[in-house]
Design a protein around this ligand. Structure first.
Ligand SMILES: Cc1ncc(COP(=O)(O)O)c(C=O)c1O
Length: 343
C-alpha cells in the first residue's frame, strides 16, 4: 500500500481521530511554551519532532500530586526540577522566570478543572533542528500536562497484597545521571518490562558494588529486625521528594509510638541484607508506599504486607491532605480561570 501524503487538514483530522481512550478521558490540560498557552483538547497535546527532548532525550521533568485542589509539595518538586535542569545545561525558556513557570503550572492545573490528579512538567533544550548540541536550539521549551488516573477496582487494595519484585539485570545509570530526573528513562522502562515479562511487579536496580539502589520510578526502604529503617543514600539513586518527607516525619511519629520501628538510617544496604529484612517497601509521589512481599524467589519475612509500611502509608496519606498554613501545599487558583486571556 502506498504511503499517504496528507493535507494539513487531513493531518489535523488524524490528530483527532487517532486519540486513544485514555487520552480522551484522562488528559485534562496542556501548556506549551511553543504554543504560547494552554489547550484542554487532548488532540492538541502535541510536541514537535525537532524538539531535542524528543529526538535526543535532552530534557528534564518532574511531577506533583493534585490533592483536593492543592498541589502537594510543589515547591520541593520544583526545586529538584530546577537542579535537574541546571545539571542538564537547560536554561529557562526566553523571558520565563521561575515565578512565571510556577504560575503556569498552577494555571494549567486550574484549566484542568480537576481537584485531584497529577501534574507533570518538562524543560527541554528546545527546538531548532535535528542536530545534537542544544546550542542549535532557538531557546529552551517548557511543557506542562495535567492528567487524572482511573485506578481499576482490582488495584485499589494492591497495597494490602504487596508487590513481588525482581533484582533487575538492567545496569543502573552512573551516579551523575541517577541524580538527574531526565527524559533518559530507557533503563527504567527496561527494568519494569523485564520484571513484568517474568510475572513480577517491579525490578530493583543494584549498583556495581551489589548495593540496593532504587526501583524504576520509586525509592526503596528496608526495615531490619532491630527496628532500623534503612534508606539507600542518594549517591546512586534519585533524591526522592517523598522518601525525604518520610524521613522528616518519622522521628516524631516514632516518638509518638509508631509500632515496629525505632530509627531511620541512610546508608548503603547490600542485596543480601535487604532480602533478609523484616519489611521492604517502595516510596514515591505517585503511589506513596507499596509493600514488597517477595524478592526474586525469597519471601520478605512471612510474605505479607508489613505493619510499618502500612503505618507510614497512612502517615503520608494524611500529609497529602491540604490543611491551613501548610508549607507542603499550594492552593490551585481556580479563580484565575476568569482572568485568563482567551485565544
Ligand atoms: C528513578 C526514580 N526514583 C525515585 C522516584 C521517587 O521520587 P518522588 O518521591 O520524588 O516521586 C522517582 C519518581 O519520580 C523516580 O523516577
Amino acid at each position: 500500500m502506498p504511503t499517504r501524503l496528507l493535507s494539513p487538514q487531513e493531518a489535523l483530522d488524524a490528530l483527532y481521530e487517532s486519540q486513544h481512550a485514555a487520552q480522551r478521558t484522562t488528559y485534562r490540560a496542556f501548556y506549551s511554551s511553543e504554543l504560547g498557552g494552554i489547550v484542554t483538547d487532548p488532540a492538541l497535546f502535541v510536541v514537535q519532532l525537532d524538539d531535542h527532548m524528543l529526538h535526543r532525550g535532552h530534557g528534564v521533568f518532574d511531577t506533583a500530586m493534585l490533592v483536593n485542589g492543592h498541589l502537594y509539595q510543589l515547591d520541593q518538586h520544583l526545586h529538584r526540577f530546577l537542579a535537574s535542569a541546571a545539571k542538564a545545561n537547560i536554561p529557562l525558556p526566553p523571558g520565563m522566570t521561575v515565578e512565571q513557570m510556577r504560575r503556569t503550572i498552577l494555571e494549567t492545573t486550574a484549566a484542568s478543572c480537576k481537584l485531584n490528579g497529577h501534574v507533570r512538567y518538562w524543560l527541554s533544550a528546545g527546538r531548532g533542528g535535528f542536530g545534537l548540541s542544544g546550542n542549535e536550539c532557538l531557546g529552551s521549551a517548557f511543557y506542562c500536562v495535567v492528567y487524572t488516573q482511573e485506578v481499576p477496582d482490582s488495584k485499589l487494595d494492591e497495597y494490602l497484597r504487596g508487590w513481588r519484585v525482581k533484582t533487575s539485570p538492567v545496569p543502573l545509570k552512573p551516579p551523575f545521571f541517577t541524580g538527574i530526573k531526565s527524559n533518559n528513562y530507557l533503563p527504567n522502562a527496561l527494568n519494569l518490562m523485564d520484571a513484568e515479562a517474568e510475572g513480577f511487579d517491579q525490578g530493583v536496580f543494584v549498583d556495581a558494588e551489589g548495593n540496593v539502589s532504587e526501583g524504576p520510578n520509586m525509592n526503596v526502604a528496608c526495615l531490619l529486625a532491630d527496628g532500623t529503617l534503612v534508606v539507600p543514600p542518594f549517591d546512586h539513586s534519585l533524591n526522592g521528594i517523598t522518601v525525604q518527607r518520610m524521613m522528616e516525619l518519622l522521628p516524631a511519629a516514632i516518638e509518638e509510638g509508631m509500632e515496629g520501628i525505632k530509627r531511620v538510617e541512610q546508608r548503603h544496604i547490600s542485596l543480601a541484607e535487604a532480602k533478609a529484612a523484616t519489611e521492604v517497601f517502595f516510596i514515591s509521589s505517585s503511589m506513596l508506599i507499596m509493600p514488597v512481599v517477595q524478592w526474586d524467589t525469597q519471601l520478605i519475612a512471612d510474605g505479607t504486607a508489613g505493619i510499618v509500611a502500612l503505618q507510614i502509608r497512612v502517615m503520608l496519606q494524611n500529609d497529602t491532605k491540604p490543611r491551613p498554613a501548610s508549607d507542603q501545599h499550594t492552593e490551585v487558583p481556580y479563580g484565575f480561570m476568569t482572568g485568563m486571556e482567551e485565544a
